[in-house]
Design a protein around this ligand. Structure first.
Ligand SMILES: Nc1ncnc2c1ncn2[C@@H]1O[C@H](COP(=O)(O)OP(=O)(O)OP(=O)(O)O)[C@@H](O)[C@H]1O
Length: 360
């Protein structure tokens, strides 16, 4: 397993980026932060596009730069691919010519099996566009060309900086599906920058959060989302991956496994049985009861223990552990008083099937 070791400082007139973090290069790592938090600057340093950074950057034992030792690998020597918001394609060339250019940038010392041109063209759905000039393509098509061109250079790491921001909703979904497929099929680690947490949640396995040029959180995506929820930094929510058990079309439901309990969601028969489904449940969509609500139309009621009790303005954010999974629930201080809720108390949480939102 590859690791990216980042120990860098970048000083601009009004902004400093200071990062000391080791990132595991597996799957997709989301890089999230508000505008101006330093996301693009970090990607530029990794790509070798910022020569003024101080410190060290390594992938395993390979030094990408070490300012003290005056070592600096040029961008084309790093074997790192880039896809930006507005892809920089050659407008006077056809799609195929743009892609062949990507292929020429391939380094010889790659360890992965060589990629087949037509395999990448098929994967990125560009077969029918090869002879077109890129100037004739839509924004979504151009982004797919940019992705294919980056892949054909056979990078060991792919950096994506807001690759969807210029696309409409339909093209965003297409591109997200494509990126997930590409990542799995080529086993290519990706760093995916976005200021949209919703976008990152659909793709990433791990999450790095930047705040004013520093890393505020890093780790498994669900754990970091839970941390951001308890820190009141995002809309309170439970983020989880569950195994799909069965579809119940007669009832309009799909069931998911939560240890010895189950969660029912609105029927989604696109989900594959026995595969993991990633979902979120807004804390405001869950309520608590002291006894199991057997005579309610609400389909989900899970037994759990209150493990967290945080006041947040006039609301209480409860953490309730059900079968080893933390759920977040917002209730009013009035309800907390009326039910005399305390830490370690055994209660039930309840939520409708429609409250379970599937991300992928
Ligand atoms: N070359 C530069 N010289 C001086 N300041 C810069 C330079 N590049 C970026 N900055 C500043 O560094 C800060 C971080 O910029 P950066 O583009 O990394 O943020 P970001 O998190 O990617 O933001 P956004 O989501 O808006 O793209 C900003 O305040 C920006 O103005």
């Amino acid at each position: 397993m590859a690791d990216l070791r980042i120990k860098i400082n970048v000083d601009y007139d009004d902004f400093s980026l200071s990062i000391d973090q080791q990132i595991s290069l597996t799957g997709i790592t989301g890089i999230f932060g508000h505008s101006g938090s330093g996301k693009s600057t970090l990607l530029k340093v990794i790509a070798g596009l910022d020569k003024d950074a101080q410190g060290q950057l390594l992938i395993n034992d390979t030094i990408l730069f070490d300012s003290q030792a005056k070592t600096f690998l040029a961008p084309q020597q790093r074997n790192i691919g880039l896809v930006f918001q507005n892809s920089r394609l050659f407008p006077h060339l056809t799609v195929e010519e743009n892609l062949r250019y990507g292929q020429k940038r391939k380094k010889n010392n790659v360890t992965n099996k060589p990629l087949d041109f037509s395999e990448i063209v098929a994967l990125t759905q560009l077969e029918s566009l090869l002879v077109k000039s890129v100037a004739q393509l839509s924004g979504g098509e151009q982004q797919r060309v940019a992705l294919a061109r980056a892949l054909l250079a056979e990078p060991r790491l792919l950096l994506l900086d807001e690759p969807l921001s210029a696309l409409d909703d339909q093209n965003k979904i297409l591109m997200l599906t494509l990126l997930e497929k590409v990542q799995k099929q080529l086993n290519l680690p990706m760093l995916y920058v976005s200021h949209s947490l919703a976008e990152i949640q659909q793709l990433a396995n791990s999450l790095l959060v930047l705040s004013s040029g520093k890393v505020s959180h890093y780790g498994d995506i669900h754990q970091v989302i839970h941390q951001l929820t308890t820190d009141n930094e995002i809309l309170h929510q439970t983020s989880l991956s569950l195994t799909v058990k069965e579809h119940l079309p007669a009832y309009g439901l799909t069931s998911l496994v939560l240890a010895e309990q189950q969660i029912l969601m609105a029927l989604n028969d696109h989900l594959e049985i026995a595969k993991q489904a990633r979902c979120i449940i807004a804390a405001s969509d869950i309520s608590v009861t002291l006894h199991e609500p057997r005579e309610s139309s609400i389909v989900n009621h899970l037994q759990g223990i209150i493990t967290g009790f945080n006041r947040c303005n006039a609301q209480i954010l409860l953490t309730v552990n059900c079968s080893g999974q933390d759920f977040f629930v917002t209730i009013t201080a009035w309800s907390a008083n009326r039910l005399s809720l305390v830490l370690e108390q055994s209660i039930y949480i309840q939520f409708k099937a429609n409250a379970v939102r599937i991300l992928r």
